[in-house]
Ligand binder design. Structure first.
Ligand SMILES: [Cu+2]
Length: 461
């Protein structure tokens, strides 16, 4: 539910504006009321009813910020503030964000629009916003100390520029950035082309999200902001599977997925069942001759990619980061590998000494999805999500592209699981089994093992 929160008790703000005789016309304009979102659901696209027309995007588990037209200028109001973000059902994180959520709302404008963004700081420290990828006057670029003074707590600054370049962008603070981004401050920005663009195809469904990561101890709610690489929460728009909504598309739709990376490591984003082209980056649309088919796009730190494809295969297709440690939720960092070790008797003995000792899968870790393990309060299971055939055994940066026939044009509701045509699902083979032909075994006897491998104690996850 979107609400309009009257957080500036009007009188003070108006008095200040009227009282300052020398302030510019911009400052004299009363602030647009901030629009606050209090739900983490994927909101339907915001159809533009003022300004130039465009085909809106859908922000995965997010929303687009409404604007106000003021003498031909698009005015937005962002409020930097502490937020509580539900990252998955049963797990709420205490983050910093904008207008009630982390990430903040998506800003959508049209090439050539003059944009004015009021930024109110409700944090306890200075902040600023950098408009990543935009062509703009140097003093609007948002680097604290270099381009502007930081926005003090309680103050509102205004940014104004023309959105000159169509494309896929983002915004984030450039003040105490390590802390503020580790706490979740960021948002998406899309500048739609005005009219037909030779390098930007019109699409039927246009999704966007940011890659972000947190280090939140199981049982706690606030990220540890000093962690650079050992984050334990790998998220899309501050959501983790099974909390990430599916990307629902109509069979034969032209689909665009825009992704930006504000974590501290790269993410090879991988789509099943289809091939896409990278149709654009935060540098702009790619020349058509430079596009080739891919099924994985590696997105480096601070990069954005725009993936285009035709959804011509029906089904429920996995869509995820290909770093398998990033499709897991919070877990301990010092878990030894026990695969192949029969420690069933040992576990019983250790449990007498350490009651909450976990014997980690001697068959693999997926054993754990079948165990009923007590979790600390406010913690998402490490691997979760039920599919039509049982546990999916994933967390983190994972979702499902659902391609269905017969959806209405702007229907993004979850259609449930795909009904596979008869005879098209992998199944147990029960026919006769021919003898296997193996190469002659190497002449190695048990006990001849030459090298003992021991994993380093402090590996990541
Ligand atoms: Cu990843």
């Amino acid at each position: 539910m979107t609400s309009r929160r009257n957080f500036l008790s009007g009188a003070g703000a108006i008095t200040a504006a009227v009282g300052a005789a020398t302030v510019s016309k911009v400052a004299m304009a009363a602030l647009p009321e901030p629009v606050i979102q209090n739900r983490p659901d994927t909101m339907p696209p915001l159809m533009p009813n003022t300004g130039r027309p465009y085909n809106p995007v859908v922000t995965l588990n997010g929303w687009t910020l409404p604007w106000r037209m003021n003498n031909g200028v698009k005015e937005f109001h962002l409020v930097a503030e502490p937020v509580v973000r539900e990252m998955a059902p049963g797990f709420k994180a205490h983050l910093w964000g904008y207008n009630g959520q982390s990430p903040g709302p998506t800003i959508e404008v049209v090439e050539g629009d003059r944009v004015r963004i009021f930024v109110t700081n409700r944090l306890g420290e200075l902040t600023s916003i950098h408009w990543h990828g935009q062509r703009l006057p140097n003093g609007m670029d948002g680097v604290t100390g270099l381009n502007q003074p930081g926005i003090p707590p309680g103050k509102t600054f205004v940014y104004e520029f023309v959105a000159r370049r169509p494309g896929t962008f983002m915004y984030h603070p450039h003040a105490d950035e390590m802390v503020q981004m580790a706490m979740g401050m960021m948002g998406f920005w899309v500048t739609h082309p005005k009219g037909q663009h030779p390098l930007i195809d019109e699409v039927d469904r246009d999704f966007c999200f940011l890659l972000n990561a947190y280090d939140i101890e199981p049982g706690s709610a606030t990220p540890k902001i000093m962690t650079m690489l050992n984050q334990n929460i790998w998220s899309w728009n501050s959501r983790i599977f099974p909390g990430i909504d599916p990307l629902v598309v109509r069979h034969m739709d032209k689909v665009r997925i825009r992704v930006g990376n504000l974590t501290m490591t790269n993410h090879p984003i991988h789509l099943h069942g289809h091939e896409f082209v990278v149709s654009g980056t935060d540098g702009g649309p790619t020349p058509k001759g430079s596009r080739w088919p891919e099924i994985t796009a590696d997105i480096a730190v601070g990069q954005m990619r725009q993936l285009d494809f035709v959804a011509d295969e029906q089904g429920d297709w996995a869509f995820h980061c290909h770093k398998s440690h990033h499709t897991m939720n919070a877990m301990g960092h010092d878990v030894p590998t026990m695969i192949g070790v029969d420690h069933s008797g040992v576990a019983r003995q250790i449990t007498k000494l350490i009651p909450d000792y976990m014997a980690m899968g001697e068959r693999g870790m997926k054993d754990m999805t079948e165990m009923e393990m007590p979790l600390p309060d406010n913690t998402a299971p490490m691997m979760a999500g039920q599919g039509p055939f049982g546990a999916i055994g994933m967390g983190g940066m994972f979702s499902v592209l659902k391609v269905r026939k017969g959806l209405a044009r702007h229907d993004y509701r979850d259609p449930g699981w795909f009904k596979n045509p008869p005879g098209t699902v992998a199944h147990e083979y029960t026919g006769p089994a021919p003898a296997a032909h193996r190469q002659a075994p190497a002449d190695v006897q048990p006990g001849d093992v030459e090298v003992q491998v021991r994993k380093p104690h402090h590996h990541q996850h």
